[in-house]
Design a protein around this ligand. Sequence first.
Ligand code: S3P
Length: 441
Amino acid sequence: MIARIERPLRLEGSIQVPGDKSISHRAVMLNALADGEARISNFLPGEDCLSTIRCLRALGAAVELAGPQDHPYETVVVSGVGLHGLREPADVLDCGNSGTTMRLLLGILAGQPFFSVLTGDGSLRSRPMGRVTRPLALMGAQTWGRNGGELAPLAIRGASLRPLSYRLPVASAQLKSALLLAGLFADGVTQIVEPGPARDHTERMLQSMGVELRAQPAPGGVEQIVELSPPVRLKPVDLAVPADISSAAFWLVAGSCHPSARLTLPGVGINPTRTGLLDVLLAMGARLTMKPHIVENGEPVADIVVESSALRGIDVDPALVPRLIDELPVLAVAATQATGVTTISGAAELRVKETDRIATTAQELRRLGAEIEERPDGMVISGPQQLRGAACSSLGDHRLGMSLAMAALLADGLTEIDDADAVNVSYPGFWEQLSAVSGGR
Ligand code: S3P
């Protein structure tokens, strides 16, 4: 599908952003390992999370979509099989486009006494997996993959695992989570040292399921140590998934940069490991009003209102990067509208996402007339720049597609975004909501 967008006179309304992708994946995976039934509301029915459901069903867990068929935000009921109840899948597990599905499942499968094969689409088959399979092999799992074990298709045969004490080479929540999930099946305490604050949804959810898990700053204060003691069982947890701040990010940027905007975003998750974009936008001069709710299921939530503002360019502190890694493509759009220079550095991980997001963001925004200097680990953008509508493409990357849509809302003339369906990976209903808040234009 090609999306056609012109700048609206006004951006206005309330947007019910769909459920958090990271939390939706974890809610299904962890409850599948619990003893009993759990009900998850506002589950994200994006393609990535549906890949997770498909894989868990193939492993023997019962997962039912209980929401009304025409309703985009579903309720899911998971009947857990217990920590030792999964069974060998009869076919290859297809993780689609989803790195979270593949990496977290590897962690679970490392503890299963059977053989599994995992694959995904062309993008996922080019992403680094050795960072996960190597430490899992240290714990005792057997793994195989293309390119010396680096690339999917991957095979894994689990075992009774040794506990691991491991320093993560990158601040990756997917890697951290995979090792914590394997740690559920180890015969002792797993200890992980993380170099930066990668999202901690796995830790919060495991704690709410009764697992003994401690996180504390390492001596020196930058690194964090996470320790997990293997539980006898997991308690199922019902939960309401907050709206995904990584999806709200698009509206936060468009609302800040459009000259006549006021958007309300109810119930957005504001877990501090995810709110780097809020910190950066506020430092750039954005007008954001936050009304926090009570904390639900260990995850803090707020209603956010964003209004037009005059942004200033800033140097983004590399220490913030793990807290806004998925928001950097849309932050690049904001930087084109800010007065002065914005520098993003320490973000080389962007190069191994669904696409090489440094290269693809620069390449596709240039089609709209943006000037962006690409660096090995980031971007430098001077503004303000007047963007011009043009033909461009998501290149199959959901977050790039939505970032281009936000650029289109700010550009002169018509923008045509090819491969627009890619947004369904994380944001079903995105184009309909965009049309609603831009007055149908
Ligand atoms: C995710 C972690 C991040 C993020 C991805 C989802 C997760 O990846 O980019 O979209 O759910 O754990 P890394 O942990 O590899 O940085």
